[in-house]
Design a protein around this ligand. Structure first.
Ligand code: IMP
Length: 441
């Protein structure tokens, strides 16, 4: 079977921990979108691993697959694999031949376009990893795929077509001074080397076939979404989004498994007990003004700094209309609610239960981001809960949570109409209250 893990908010919901926890019962962990813009932190026996591309299951001896819907920077891929090997691990990582490759000019163009947009507040605050420009080239049918790296003639043809266009864009439109990032010969040499290494290590696969074979052979597959629903290019707060579809429908398209296979499995939404945001754009429940001290407190307690970029994250109360939208768009069968410990000790905890928009109360997100920015949150207040010992609570189970914390959990369940299958009460995976394992059918 498959279990798909999807962020329900704006990324950074703690998906890595949920993948790590339930991924224990999986044989394969596959990513289906995004690239090295994701930041996953996994803590194993006190050791912390920070990965941005390699599926986090690789840390625990699972096969990690980067599906066709991903964009792959081979430099990051091999850096992460080598770093894991240096720490004594032997990661088994496969890459879809259909996945697109991030080239150095994509990164350069990502940065320069963000700069150009910043004058009009349209910059998305990207991670600068070249994600958007690579997906643009994929849609524009001028991309380079992993399979192309394995074939010198095809690689040269592709580069000879696309690189002069990129060079002209950089020089003539943006007035840049193009260097090696825009040089066909230099790129050819470097990317052929990556191709050789992918081949030597037997990493290239037809991801759909590979995953289907593993499932036919009785293996369980976890599909690991990166970013989150409100960063989805279709369902998110456009244009302040990433350039792919983190939502569960793309778990099929981006892995090559059919939607019926994904749909027969479970889709678990990961929700952080409050809201955080790297990057720009509106945020109706953001803690600002008089609440800035509270935002600072939550930021410190929750370690709300970007894993990839180190930027301090913006912080807000839980946005429940956003969650209702995510539950519908993804078809959640369950939710993992994280970071409940971060809010412990507050006198009261609020949630944005609905929005006030043009004198009306609305319960889901409006389809345009501008209208979302016009929304005033309708806040509901919950009693706070005291600090508690996370490991003891995780050991004893759900009923050991303070009563007010359980009320909060049950409120989320009631609003989304699905069970909270796990409650995160600390960063380690032992610090999770598991109520139901989605792989147990
Ligand atoms: P890009 O994915 O680098 O193009 O960035 C587009 C938007 O998505 C920016 O607002 C980023 O901050 C955001 N973003 C991308 N990846 C992540 C992530 O893993 N967590 C949180 N935000 C992300």
């Amino acid at each position: 079977m498959t279990v798909t893990i999807v962020g329900a908010q704006l990324g950074d919901e703690g998906k890595g921990g949920v993948v790590d926890l339930f991924g224990d019962d999986a044989d394969v962990v596959a990513r289906y979108q995004g690239g090295d813009n994701a930041g996953h932190t996994v803590v194993v026996g006190g050791d912390e691993y920070k990965l941005s591309l390699v599926p986090s299951g690789a840390v625990r001896g699972k096969t990690g697959v980067l599906g066709n819907g991903c964009v792959v920077n081979p430099e990051t891929l091999f850096e992460e694999i080598d770093a894991l090997r240096d720490r004594g691990l032997d990661p088994d990582v496969r890459v879809a031949e259909r996945a697109h490759v991030i080239l150095p000019y994509h990164r350069v163009l990502d940065g320069i376009e963000e700069e150009a947009k910043s004058d009009s507040d349209l910059d998305a605050g990207t991670t600068g990893r070249g994600i958007g420009p690579t997906y643009e080239d994929k849609a524009g049918r001028r991309g380079v795929r992993v399979g192309d790296l394995l074939d010198p003639d095809v690689l040269r043809d592709r580069l000879e077509y696309v690189v002069p266009q990129k060079r002209a864009l950089y020089e003539d439109v943006y007035g840049g001074d193009a260097g090696e990032a825009f040089d066909v010969d230099a790129l050819f040499e470097q990317y052929r080397e990556y191709g050789d290494r992918i081949e030597e290590e037997g990493m290239a696969v037809d991801a759909g076939d590979y995953l289907a074979d593993r499932i036919d052979g009785g293996d369980d597959v976890m599909l690991e979404g990166a970013q989150g629903t409100s960063l989805d290019i279709d369902h998110g707060v456009y244009p302040y989004v990433t350039s792919s579809n983190p939502t569960a429908g793309y778990a099929a398209t981006g892995s090559g498994l059919g939607p019926t296979t994904i749909g027969r499995g479970e889709v678990v939404g990961v929700v952080k007990a409050y809201l955080s945001r790297v990057g720009t754009g509106p945020l109706p429940t953001e803690l600002t003004g008089d609440d800035e001290e509270l935002a600072d407190y939550i930021r410190e307690e929750g370690g709300e700094y970007g894993t990839v970029t180190g930027r301090p994250r913006r912080v807000g109360w839980l946005d429940v209309p956003m969650l209702r939208h995510a539950a519908r768009a993804n078809g959640f069968t369950g939710v993992a609610l994280n970071h409940l410990d971060v809010l412990a000790g507050l006198e009261e905890v609020r949630v944005g239960h609905a929005y006030e928009l043009d004198g009306e109360t609305v319960e889901t997100m409006p389809p345009t981001t501008e209208r979302w920015g016009d929304c005033e949150p309708v806040l509901e207040t919950f009693d706070g809960w005291p600090e508690f010992d996370p490991e003891a609570v995780a050991d004893e189970g759900y009923d050991a949570l303070p009563e007010a914390a359980r009320e909060y959990v049950e409120y989320v369940e009631g609003e989304l109409g699905v069970d909270v299958v796990a409650v995160g009460v600390g960063p380690g995976r032992e610090e999770t209250v598991v109520r139901r394992n989605p792989f147990d059918q």
